[in-house]
Design a protein around this ligand. Structure first.
Ligand code: CAA
Ligand code: NAD
Length: 284
């Protein structure tokens, strides 16, 4: 199946990046938010990143203009009606996701493929609310989407081989490398990454070292681009907390349980970069 028009649900950290790479790759793209202020913030972020690429000479002014002409932001759900592919990137909450997929199933034509960018939720639990479980999969991007080369294609037990093939071709058209995983909690990358991030919080909580030394240790000792606590701020304390709860619920292993400090930071609104305060303080 040929994808021409892509709908993205959510214009937050991930949705904005996904909408940007889709439009840059030549797809007509419509991104939907719930409120105009959130949409404006996401669209400004995309415009800022494109402008930065132009100033660095990585993108021509014509390419920037063409990308923006293919990209439209909306708060109207109905604007997603004629998309060939819908990529959902809203909050990591199963009820919220099931609600949007139920509504989308009634809105979109039969051929439209639905994918979720979920980090940890079960794909078939979302597919089951639609009448297109064969055209439903996980398509998991990584943050920051314009930079990170990977996507995970996640097959539920109901996903058809044709859908997987379309997603392989789509990922390639975006310039991403795809890997494939079964519909198991955390797929490949988060199954390994999340316990590591949570362990870093436990090391901090237990007073082994300062946050700076924990991060420096993993950067210089293991060659990671960011230390785990800086990465947790980057992903979002709220999102990591939701993911940990979902993974713990599934596996019942203490290593997936959210540490107390994470919960307290979440309650205090210390959500990481997005709120200006997490393990570190961010300006601007
Ligand atoms: N959005 C878009 N582009 C960004 C960006 C952002 N938030 N942050 C940095 N960049 C770009 C910069 O513009 C720069 O581009 P150029 O090469 O064109 O100049 C490039 O990335 C490198 O940036 P910097 O030189 O400023 O900084 P850096 O070398 O430290 O790289 C980084 C920044 C790419 C974020 C790097 O630190 C990194 O790879 N960090 C780890 C990210 C990671 O692990 N992501 C996965 C998170 S887990 C996940 O996504 C799954 C989940 O479900 C939770
Ligand atoms: P975010 O909080 O930055 O953005 C979510 C956005 O969705 C918000 O702006 C919210 O207003 C919007 N939204 C909520 N309900 C909506 C609806 N019905 N229609 C349209 N928009 C709606 O979160 P995020 O970090 O972008 O995460 C989004 C999804 O991507 C989650 O499932 C998360 O697990 C996954 N994910 C996150 C990361 C990461 O590093 N943060 C990486 C990969 C995957």
């Amino acid at each position: 199946m040929q994808i021409k028009k892509v709908g993205v649900l959510g214009c937050g950290l991930m949705g904005a990046g996904i909408a940007q790479v889709c439009a840059q790759a030549g797809f007509t793209t419509v991104v939907r938010e719930v409120e105009q202020t959130f949409l404006d913030k996401g669209m400004q972020r995309i415009q800022g990143l494109l402008a930065k690429d132009v100033s660095k000479g990585k993108l021509s002014a014509d390419q920037q203009e063409a990308t923006l002409s293919r990209l439209r932001g909306t708060i109207s759900f109905e604007d997603l009606a004629d998309c060939d592919l819908i990529i959902e990137a809203i909050v990591e909450n199963i009820e919220a996701k099931r609600e949007v997929f139920t509504a989308l199933d009634a809105l979109c034509p039969a051929h439209t493929i639905f994918v979720s960018n979920t980090s940890s939720l079960t794909i078939v639990e979302m597919a089951a609310v639609t009448k297109r479980a064969d055209r439903f999969a996980g398509l998991h991007f990584f943050n920051p989407v314009p930079v990170m080369k990977l996507v995970e294609i996640v097959s539920a037990i109901t996903t058809s081989p044709e859908t997987v093939q379309t997603l392989r071709e789509f990922s390639q058209a975006l310039g991403k490398t795809s890997i494939e995983a079964r519909d198991t909690t955390g797929f490949i990358v988060n199954r390994l990454l999340v316990p590591y991030l949570l362990d870093a919080v436990r090391v901090l909580e237990s007073g082994v070292a300062t946050k700076e030394d924990i991060d420096e240790g993993m950067k210089l000792g293991c060659g990671h681009p960011m230390g785990p606590l800086a990465l947790l701020d980057f992903v979002g304390v709220d999102t990591t907390y939701y993911i940990a709860n979902i993974m713990f619920e599934e596996f019942r292993e203490p290593r997936f349980a959210p540490p107390s400090l994470l919960r307290r930071m979440m309650l205090a609104g210390h959500l990481g970069r997005k709120s200006g305060q997490g393990f570190y303080t961010y300006g601007g």
